[in-house]
Design a protein around this ligand. Structure first.
Ligand code: ADP
Ligand code: MG
Length: 758
């Protein structure tokens, strides 16, 4: 039953019970009052009876006149009638009535005698004959009897009243008790139906608050409370269902965002948005990272533009303005200068976003670091350019060689034939000499064009260099000291010895030219393995085992802008007649034709290292015990935290990838200053792995000095394109420091790290 109906019923029942209680009370009170009234009547009647009794005595003593007599009789009859009124049928009343009747009879007989006979002599003053005295006694007896009957009657009436009072009190008490019980019942029932479920509901809410998600309100019966509990439970279900849906969506979203982040990280891809109202650009974390700023960095648009290379700033500025004013989308490949100072190629696209009124409010777009691709493209372009030049020069020099052969042959003939004409003979000899020099040039051009005949054979490079020592010292002269650092257990190289000799001579002469005031020429050898990722990042390099021959000097060094053009034929910085610009192209062509690799590290005022990687002669490799790729020496990784400092993003990427593959935690910095900030910030770092040569004011050695001051026992591993000796030679590294030469193998890196960390 519904609570509303139940409570109305109980209210009505309570009112009715209260009414019944009142009625019972009134009824009982009424009965009580009736009894009281009857009692009062009886008392009055008794008074009248008492008066009759007194009067009867007087009537006996004195002869009454008829009127008094009549009044007495009337009164006596009235009292008798009153006693016999139908309500009072008690025996005592009847007895009293009968006594009154008998009293009347006795008095009447006396009255009759008095009225008929004269008073007898000897009769007392009251005139009552002696005979009548018996009657008088009778009258007196009646009077006593009436009195006693009234006494009885009064006592009975009093008893009635007492009984009635008791009944009234009892009835009232019982009715009140019944009403009280009824109220208790109604209250407890109400409690059961209201307080119980309310408490249960609040308990459920408490459980829910404490995290018990399965808690539900108990549903019993079909009243409003059950309905409330059911609705409450339903709401809970709906809420939990929608929570589950939201959670599921959140998980999906988080997954997608994670995937997007991973994709963005791999592709170095991010997003940006320019609010045209505030003119502030919001960068995604990846875009900030590409710029080299902290995550969350949001520069004003002018500042964002200032990140671009000066020659690209007008381009991006125009593109921005066009997009912001006319909604023209853009897609540009441009160069920015990162915070660390190094240039980086990026691709940025932008589209305009309009609001519901069609007004331009935002420009947003994508931003990608394409430096790796772009650098490779540029290298490929350079390689293709070299290839094209090579083909051209190769063709020309081939034909030219033929021509020179004819000239030279005829000049020789003329020289012989003009034996007797010295003046002409000298001319013919000069023709032959010039033709000879021309032939040398074409020879170099052919070498660059990779068109010279080569005769590769296994060569012991250490012995080969040792043999060249005197020649080199003689060629270079006094102020240049020749030093050799030859690695033991060197693999044999597959190379054309005579061509290699002219290549080394060329490099040595360049070194001498770079050290006009003297210096040191350092020639080093060593086994080297170029790994696949190194090969992939360079054009025309095959991964594998090589013999490294490095030629270093501590001369003037080569400016960055010249580095790209070193191998172009006829590129020279030397004055007319001094340089031909064919030395390095010849070395390049020869090394390429020998399927080797050449890498130049140089910086102004420090010196130059040119690494020649010569193919390892395979014939002996199987029997060679010093094979570094020996699978018997397993690569051991670790879990320490390594701070990698490297300005070249590509090289840094390689290092990070390798270290992570070895299990290390990696923190990166793209400049010495940034690395120093990491250390000052107190980040946990177990080893500092830094490039030696870095732009931006703080090179590897300076960083190491500062780092040592901050953390005296921090192990420091240097890496450089220079050989260890060359780095010391260039004053970049103190002797005794640990150096890993680029390009290094994972095994070398792993070994060096374990050796330093344990
Ligand atoms: P050349 O020696 O005739 O100029 P090369 O091809 O041998 O031609 O060298 C090209 C240029 O490279 C040189 O003019 C010089 O500027 C630069 N160069 C080569 N080797 C060195 C070196 N070791 N140190 C400084 N500059 C060098
Ligand atoms: Mg030269």
């Amino acid at each position: 039953m519904s609570l509303v109906r139940l409570s109305s019923i109980s209210i009505i029942a309570c009112v009715l019970a209260l009414l019944a209680l009142c009625l019972i009370g009134i009824w009982s009170l009424d009965r009580l009052y009736d009894r009281r009234d009857a009692m009062d009547d009886l008392i009055v009647l008794k008074g009248r009876a008492d008066a009759l009794s007194v009067a009867s005595d007087n009537l006996l003593l004195f002869r009454p006149d008829p009127a008094i007599w009549r009044a007495f009789v009337d009164e006596a009859q009235a009292v008798r009638d009153k006693l016999l009124e139908p309500d009072d049928r008690q025996a005592d009343a009847r007895r009293a009535a009968r006594q009154i009747e008998q009293l009347l009879e006795s008095l009447e007989s006396i009255h009759r005698q008095q009225s008929t006979s004269p008073p007898e002599p000897g009769v007392g003053p009251l005139g009552v004959p002696r005979r009548a005295r018996i009657t008088m006694n009778q009258v007196a007896g009646h009077g006593i009897a009436i009195d006693s009957a009234f006494e009885q009657l009064l006592a009975q009436r009093q008893q009635d009243i007492n009984r009635e009072t008791t009944r009234f009190v009892m009835t009232l008490a019982l009715a009140s008790a019944a009403f009280g019980l009824f109220c208790i019942f109604a209250f407890s029932w109400m409690y059961r139906r209201l307080a119980g479920p309310t408490r249960a509901l609040s308990l459920t809410i408490q459980q829910l608050r404490q995290g018990d998600r399965s808690a539900r309100a108990a549903v019993s019966g079909r009243d409003e409370f059950a309905e409330l509990s059911r609705t409450f439970n339903q709401l809970l279900e709906e809420q939990q269902q929608s929570e589950r849906t939201i959670q599921q969506q959140e998980t999906e979203l988080a997954g997608q965002s994670r995937m997007l982040t991973i994709a963005g990280r791999v592709a170095r891809f991010g997003g940006w948005s320019l609010d045209l109202h505030t003119r502030v650009v919001h960068w995604s974390d990846m875009v900030a990272e590409i710029h080299g700023t902290d995550p969350g960095y949001s520069p004003p648009v002018e500042q964002a533009i200032s990140f671009y290379a000066p020659e690209h700033q007008p381009i991006i500025s125009d593109a921005f303005n066009d997009c912001a004013t006319h909604g023209t989308p853009f897609d540009k490949e441009l160069q920015i200068i990162r915070v660390g100072g190094e240039p980086c190629w990026i691709r940025t696209t932008g589209v305009a976003v309009r609001n519901e009124h069609g007004q331009l409010v935002r420009v947003e777009g994508a931003f990608q670091d394409i430096n790796e691709r772009r650098t490779l493209e540029l290298r490929l372009e350079a390689a293709q350019r070299m290839e094209a030049i090579g083909q051209l020069t190769g063709g020309i020099s081939h034909d030219f060689n033929n021509i020179l052969t004819v000239i030279l042959g005829n000049a020789d003939l003329l020289t012989e034939e003009l034996a007797n004409a010295p003046a002409q003979r000298a001319s013919a000899e000069r023709i032959a000499q010039s033709a000879q020099r021309g032939a040398e040039l074409t020879h170099q051009l052919l070498a660059f064009a990779r068109r010279q005949p080569l005769d590769p054979a296994p060569v012991d490079i250490n012995a080969f260099i040792d043999d060249m020592r005197d020649l080199l010292q003689r060629t270079l002269g006094g102020p240049v000291r020749v030093e050799l650092a030859l690695a033991p257990a060197l693999w044999p190289a597959l190379v054309d010895g005579s061509q290699l000799e002219s290549a080394v001579l060329n490099l040595a002469i360049n070194a001498r030219d770079a050290m006009p005031d003297g210096g040191t020429l350092l020639i080093e050898t060593g086994n080297a393995v170029l790994e696949p990722d190194y090969a992939a990042a360079h054009v025309d390099v095959t991964a594998g085992e090589y013999v490294r021959l490095s030629v270093s000097d501590n001369g003037s060094g080569i400016p960055a802008e010249d580095l790209e053009r070193l191998f172009e034929p006829f590129f020279t910085t030397k004055q007319e007649g001094k340089g031909t610009g064919l030395g390095l192209p010849m070395v390049y062509g020869f090394i390429k034709q020998s399927r080797g690799h050449i890498k130049v590290y140089s910086e102004p005022d420090a010196g130059t290292t040119i690494n020649l990687y010569l193919r390892r002669a395979q014939a002996d490799s199987a029997s060679d015990p010093a094979t570094p790729a020996d699978p018997a020496s397993p690569i051991r990784g670790g879990h320490e935290r390594i701070l990698v400092v490297e300005d070249d993003p590509m090289v840094r990427d390689f290092a990070v990838r390798r270290l992570e593959r070895l299990g290390y935690a990696v923190v990166t910095a793209d400049s010495g200053q940034q690395a120093l900030d990491v250390l000052i910030a107190g980040k946990a770092v177990d080893l500092l792995f830094t490039d030696v040569i870095m732009p931006g004011g703080l090179d590897g050695a300076q960083l190491a000095d500062r780092a040592r001051r901050l953390r005296p026992d921090l192990p420091i591993l240097f890496t450089s394109g220079y050989t260890e000796n060359a780095a010391i030679l260039h004053g970049r590294l103190d002797p005794g420091r640990q150096l890993l030469q680029k390009p290094y193998r994972t095994a070398d890196l792993a070994g060096k790290l374990r050796q330093m960390l344990s």
